[in-house]
Design a protein around this ligand. Sequence first.
Ligand code: NDP
Length: 322
Amino acid sequence: MAQLTAIRFHKTGGPEVLGAIRLPVTVPGPGEVLIRHTAIGVNFIDTYHRSGLYPASLPCTPGMEAAGIVEAVGEGVDHLAPGDRCVYFAPSPGSYATHRAVPGRFVVALPETVSDEAAAAGWLKACTTEFLVERCARVQAGDRVVVTAAAGGMGLLLCQWLRAVEAQVIAVASTADKRALALAHGAEHAIGYDAMAAEVRALTGGAGADVVIDGVGKTTFLPALDALRRRGLLVSFGNASGPVGAVDFALLAQKGSLFATRPRMFDYYATSEDFALGTSRVFAMWPKLSITIGQRYPLVEAARCHADLEARATTGSALLIP
Ligand code: NDP
């Protein structure tokens, strides 16, 4: 029987809990597609599953997205055939492997113009960018939008997408090199974290930003609220520095009748209509996006990749190569 290699953890913890195992390749069940991965996208959420911040059933193979070649399709799958190039994101982990069977409804065929690596590095992140900018924050041309971790995988896509819809981006990143990268990807201004709120106010004539899109979480929550204009919107979509935790609801009133939301991708890609709407918009925007692959690691070095991601040592997207 054919074998696959997968990265697994049997208990939650640091990157060292990740190890490689060999398993039989499964046959796709009804509605499933068996994919031989050619490139696996790494997302910060993979570290949350590994650390235990987000629950995952053990043993767990992390990973939410990959690109590859269809090897076989289960009963009822008619939009793909063996040999097709494809990409997917899945609602449950399991992508850090040479092969994976995934529900066909999440798998899309790749046009010739999109490489496997670009797809694996950018698909989940571009779909997230789409829903954050267009359906969650509903950013308008001329809006002033703060993006934290602006040189990361999500950050560089947010900068580009926001620029494309004619918003003005104030990028926040920890080093001068990261800030230069954000500027090169469409940000109008780039600042550090230390005086984030004051600098945003200075750049907006004292008014504050219309929207803050923040994936850093714990350390930027209060500065983000302080950076907003009256009735501005905080979109808090991640926890790279740790979860925000309990929030005093009255803060929103004290800081100017603010709005705040904590969106998850799978509430915006919940139905087949959402999926069709979001992915068609991403394909329409794709030619305007440049996917920055900042690092590539062999699949079996997933632990090193996680350590780099958590040490803020990466830029753009990271890939695991089977
Ligand atoms: P990134 O490539 O952005 O890497 C994380 C970045 O966060 C770091 O490079 C760093 O940039 C910044 N950061 C700030 N503080 C810390 C810290 N204490 N430890 C580590 N990093 C820190 O990752 P992704 O693009 O994969 O993800 C970005 C965010 O988007 C994550 O929070 C993720 O959970 C979220 N996300 C949420 C989704 C949703 O549906 N809600 C979907 C997809 C992603 P710097 O050094 O500049 O601060």
